[in-house]
Ligand binder design. Structure first.
Ligand code: SAH
Ligand code: SF4
Length: 385
């Protein structure tokens, strides 16, 4: 199969103009912004921004009027210089199995999907997008057929969590049991090509006086952007997942074209160096089961020998078809046999139950209609509104 490797970073559509949204700022960024805009005195900045922080991230407010313990003058500056609103949810779907999917419009023509999957992780996992579209073209992935529109900002990533919590009724942050317990960066896009925004969002979401989802319950999934893997571990302290899908370079070059740039040996070296790996904090290898392509017992054995001395678990993902996809999912018996070989070698190898297939919310099925538009067209559209 011919695949084009296009690693050029295309000119991204600009992020939307407008007031900066406080939701995506880390505590330090928010404190600095509040002082810079004269909303609070430098001497009281820490205390005031802590109060504002709790309103946003513990109570989920979407405007400044409800911040009853913040003085009128401060609120007036906040209203003038900052925003707190959510992006628009243009479509909400609920699967027969309880999976929920939201199509979110971040700015005109810039849309991405977020999926909540109950019964995954401690209670339920939110699969968030880090980009609209993707620069990589993995041949089995629906998102890969959509060119990169742009990176999502930190507040747009945080907004996905806020929108899910709005819908799940999880404000203020529940002290005990909660439905949304885990976050996986497995939606649209390659998180390691947007690491700064992903890292800021993780800092915001993990804060104990806010959404308070621990960094250990967040997983960044990468197709193998080797030069960013170590930094990702250092700045986020999140769990790592690697979309491996093949245990030899010839096949991985075809399925995950980024492998031509960063082959398996380099990828494995980067994984071994990931900070904090241990038997309690394993790296997850994702392996999509493609009928007749990567699912033989020999493939399973090659996979096992690649993992030597890595604390790992292997997530076998039955291939989820999408309109026009060139593959079929391996037979169930083949997947079980494959899992058995990995299991006998001492690695957990859960087979991921496909969730939300009826609403195209399963792994690799996400795609939005957003097209890359020229910046000049975007400016024209904005002037017209
Ligand atoms: N870009 C990142 C994260 C998003 S993809 C990455 O590639 O890791 C999330 C996971 O879904 C990846 O493991 C990806 O390989 C897998 N996936 C993509 N298309 C799929 C499909 N059609 N069926 C099953 N899994 C798929
Ligand atoms: Fe992009 Fe991940 Fe899909 Fe590959 S699998 S095209 S990296 S979103």
């Amino acid at each position: 199969m011919g695949v084009t490797l296009d690693l050029k970073r295309p000119a991204l559509a600009p992020t939307p103009p407008g007031l900066p949204n406080l939701s995506g700022m880390t505590r330090a960024q928010m404190q600095a912004a509040l002082v810079e805009h004269g909303a609070v005195d430098a001497g009281k900045a820490r205390m005031r921004s802590s109060q504002i922080w709790r309103w946003i991230h513990n109570f989920g407010v979407t405007d400044f009027t409800g911040m009853t313990d913040i003085g009128k003058d401060t609120r007036a500056v906040l209203e003038r210089d900052f925003s707190l609103g959510r992006p628009e949810v243009v479509e909400r779907q609920v699967s027969r199995d309880g999976t929920r999917k939201w199509l979110i419009r971040f700015s005109p023509g810039v849309e991405a999907e977020t999926v909540f999957i109950p019964g995954v992780g401690r209670a339920g996992a939110l699969c968030v997008s880090s980009q609209v579209g993707c620069t990589l073209n993995c041949t089995f992935c629906h998102t890969g057929t959509q060119p990169l529109v742009r990176n999502l900002t930190s507040s747009e990533i945080v907004a996905q969590v806020q929108i899910a919590r709005d819908d799940l009724g999880e404000w203020p942050s529940p002290a005990g049991e909660r439905q949304l317990s885990n976050i996986v960066f497995m939606g649209m896009g390659e998180p390691l090509y947007n690491l700064d925004n992903v890292a800021d969002a993780i800092e915001v979401i993990s804060d104990n006086e806010g959404t308070a989802i621990s960094r250990r319950r967040m997983t960044i999934s990468t197709s193998g952007v080797v030069p960013e893997i170590l930094r990702a571990g250092e700045v986020t302290q999140a769990m790592l997942a690697i979309s491996l899908h093949a245990a030899n370079d010839a096949l991985r070059d075809e399925l995950v074209p980024l492998n031509r740039k960063y082959p398996i040996a380099e990828l494995m070296a980067a994984v071994r160096a990931y900070p904090g790996l241990s038997n309690a904090r394993r790296v997850t290898f994702e392996y999509v089961m493609l009928k007749g392509i990567n699912d033989s017992p020999a493939d399973a054995k090659a996979l096992v020998s690649l993992l030597t001395s890595i604390p790992a678990k292997i997530n076998l993902i039955p291939f989820n078809p999408w309109p026009g996809s060139p593959y079929a999912c391996s037979d169930w018996g083949t997947i079980e046999k494959f899992a058995g070989i990995i299991n006998r070698a001492g690695y957990a190898s859960p087979i991921r139950t496909p969730r939300g297939r009826d609403i195209l919310a399963a792994c690799g099925q996400l795609k939005s209609e957003s097209e890359k538009v020229r910046a000049s067209d975007l400016r024209r559209a904005e002037r017209a509104t």
